[in-house]
Design a protein. Structure first.
Length: 234
């Protein structure tokens, strides 16, 4: 079933109102050509990380903005969403082993990097990405990111499972969270994913320490929006 931008707006608004979310859900869409970006989106005036763009929109400081690879400071994040090729220090694990010290060995670091979800097998095929409030989306996004406390995340998962039941299988490693886990993985696999953030998003984008991140494909957001008012929310 095709999802419209009206479906996205309605579902996002219902989730925000029902759970009284403080941060805006953020709609992210990628474009193979910068020329495909619709009218009404302004090119970013400053260089930021993908996660910073997301959080600026979530907080209401930006909206209906687009960025090309030139405006993406974090090339690791930009590669996870398909805007650039994976930088060599990230691809071979050196960045996470030698520079950040997040893994004991280069082998461990590379094993983690190899499993980070990527929108297009780690290649830069897209020329632009738009960011906007999902409640006012003018395009059907590739992924909607909701940044919220764990209790609200729990209710979103419960709503996702309301009709069909089952379990949500999460996929994260503490790196490339708002990019790989919440966008790249959603583009690749669809559905819903819950992720915990990463050093970059917690530090530079200032993702609140009390929040987790949920990535949803539009159909999953619609599914949540239809059920969120039906489940008990104490």
């Amino acid at each position: 079933m095709a999802i419209s931008k009206e479906d996205v707006r309605e579902a996002a608004s219902t989730v925000v109102e029902t759970l009284d979310l403080e941060l805006n859900p953020v709609a992210v869409r990628l474009y193979l050509s910068e020329d495909d970006v619709p009218d009404g989106y302004e090119r970013a005036e400053e260089e930021l990380r993908h996660c910073e763009f997301v959080m600026r929109v979530a907080r209401g400081d930006l909206d209906k903005v687009y960025a090309t690879p030139d405006e993406q400071v974090c090339k690791g994040g930009a590669s996870a969403i398909g805007l650039v090729d994976i930088p060599a220090p990230v691809r071979d694990g050196r960045f996470y082993h030698e520079q950040l010290g997040q893994h004991a060995t280069l082998t461990a670091a590379k094993r983690t990097v190899d499993q980070v979800p990527k929108a297009y097998d780690g290649e830069g095929v897209y020329e632009a990405v738009t960011y906007e409030r999902a409640t006012e989306a003018d395009v059907v996004p590739d992924s909607v990111l909701i940044i919220c406390p764990p209790k609200e995340a729990m209710h979103i998962v419960q709503a996702y499972l309301y009709q069909e039941g089952g379990r949500v299988q999460t996929d994260f490693s503490g790196i490339q969270s708002l990019c790989g886990d919440a966008v790249g993985g959603i583009i690749k696999r669809g559905g819903i994913n819950v992720t915990l953030g990463c050093n970059g998003s917690r530090t530079y984008a200032e993702v609140p320490r009390e929040c987790v991140i949920i990535g949803l494909e539009p159909a999953a957001l619609k599914r949540v929006g239809e059920a969120i008012t039906e489940i008990p929310i104490p």
